[in-house]
Design a binder for this molecule. Structure first.
Ligand SMILES: NC(=O)c1ccc[n+]([C@@H]2O[C@H](COP(=O)([O-])OP(=O)(O)OC[C@H]3O[C@@H](n4cnc5c(N)ncnc54)[C@H](O)[C@@H]3O)[C@@H](O)[C@H]2O)c1
Length: 415
């Protein structure tokens, strides 16, 4: 099939690479000329496991000219939906991309499906995307098809998650578009959930927000455990064997972050508020998470005066295996420590260039140099942090790096 993907960030790049690998003819369109130039040089614009190898293998057309999508059978919308100050999402890029698609539909002869993959609040595809597409003079469900098929990949593991999904959700405006997407994904061994557009949008939010609830829950248990001298990780291990609970997302620490979990939780709260409903559980999940990160700073203050001390930061990305620092907890912590007069030295295997744009005043160094600071804080559980020598150091661990327990003074946030 001829497939176009609008937006070649973490999601669009993975979708494009995987669909090209499955034998489709793929065009990616992005407004970021630098990303397009990188893709045309076969350079992967984001850090994503196995993506560079696939890009080297397949032939993808990368362009900033949206007219190149005019021959497509399916156009995926994978543009970003960032948080606004009130927690709701900005639809600026969704509407921008949709207007470009509408201008193509106006001229287009053959049938085409528009598939929204960006995470959008329930009702957006029906109330925002379709009306813009219909400014083309064409009618949804008759002249073109519309689907909303949310993406559940984890950044860094996106290729593997896309190729081996645990479920595929297809929200369909018209049955035949849903059939076509089912056919496109027919090689995947995963249950397919076919629903209406709004339900598909909600499945994505409900899934991510459930994960945030699990994290805030175990952090709350962890805060109680810490007071009682109980190791929360042993408690979580004992809980997780219960099939109704499971082990995943029971890692207590400084909380969840990043461009998906945090953004989606805030957006669903804002969306519910707009409906006049107060989502008290979700608000508490968010509030607990905001307090959790400060616990690490409190523990640090217990061991060293912040003013004038050097603090080494291990981990800047919002989670391991990515260079993404959007909504990373390291941003809040660095701001707090700098305000308190600490001198910061930081290391991250992938995210230092991105962090340096926001924090040029921080010294970026090797892990060995970072370990020479008066105290060290661990903010991301990169595997390589299990191989450092922490002996003789003061370490405050936000992520449970076992090797760090050999430090002279070691404290975990919830253990
Ligand atoms: N990152 C994840 O792990 C993940 C997982 C599941 C879902 N999502 C959702 O998928 C969407 C995309 O996320 P992302 O992480 O890939 O974002 P991203 O910021 O990494 O990439 C978005 C890309 O869209 C481009 N863009 C913006 N407007 C455009 C336009 N008019 N035409 C073409 N390109 C345009 C941007 O230049 C950028 O390259 C978001 O809604 C996000 O919530 C993200």
């Amino acid at each position: 099939m001829r497939i176009s993907v609008m937006g070649c960030g973490h999601v669009g790049l993975v979708v494009a690479a995987c669909l090209a690998k499955l034998g489709n003819k793929v065009t990616v369109v992005d407004i970021d000329e630098q990303k397009i130039a990188q893709l045309n040089r076969k350079v992967c614009p984001v850090y994503e496991e196995d993506a560079a190898e696939i890009l080297a293998e397949v032939d993808i057309e990368a362009t900033s000219d949206h007219h190149r999508m005019s021959g497509s059978d399916i156009i995926y919308i994978c543009v970003d939906t960032p948080s606004k100050a009130d927690g709701s999402i900005s639809l600026e890029h969704i509407t921008g991309a949709t207007k470009q698609i509408a201008s193509i539909l106006k001229q287009k002869k053959g049938h085409c499906i528009i598939a929204v993959k960006s995470t959008v609040i329930p009702g957006t595809t029906e109330d925002v995307v379709i009306p813009i597409l219909e400014t083309s003079g064409k009618v949804a469900g008759r002249d073109f098809g519309v689907c909303m098929t949310p993406e559940f990949l984890r950044e860094g593991k996106g290729i593997s998650d896309f190729m081996h999904p645990d479920r595929i959700v297809i929200g369909e405006y018209d049955r035949s578009s849903g059939d076509m997407l089912c056919n496109l994904y027919h090689t995947f061994d995963a249950p397919v959930v076919r629903v209406n557009l709004k339900t598909a949008e909600m499945i994505k939010y409900a899934s991510n927000v459930f994960l945030t609830t699990k994290v805030s829950f175990i952090n709350e248990i962890g805060n109680i455990c810490k007071q009682l001298g109980i190791d929360t990780y042993e408690v979580a291990k004992g809980m997780g064997y219960d099939e109704r609970i499971g082990h995943k997302f029971l890692n207590a620490g400084i909380g969840f972050a990043g461009p998906c979990l945090l953004k989606d939780l805030k957006a669903l709260i804002a969306g519910a508020n707009q409906l006049g409903y107060e989502p008290r559980l979700l608000e508490e999940v968010l509030s607990l998470n905001e307090q959790q990160v400060l616990k690490l700073v409190e523990l640090l203050r217990k061991h060293i005066p912040l003013e004038g001390s050097s603090v080494g930061i291990l981990g800047l990305s919002y989670k391991p295996m990515t260079d993404d620092i959007k909504d990373s907890l390291a941003i809040d912590i660095a701001n707090t420590l700098l305000k308190e007069g600490a001198v910061l030295k930081a290391y991250d295997p992938q995210a230092m260039p991105n962090f340096e744009i926001l924090f040029p005043q921080i010294e970026y160094a090797t892990p060995e140099e970072v370990l020479k600071c008066d105290a060290i804080i661990i903010l991301t559980e990169w595997e390589e942090f299990e191989r450092l020598n922490y002996r003789g150091k003061i370490v405050i661990d936000g992520r449970r790096v076992l090797k760090a327990q050999e430090a002279m003074i070691y404290e975990g946030v919830c253990w």
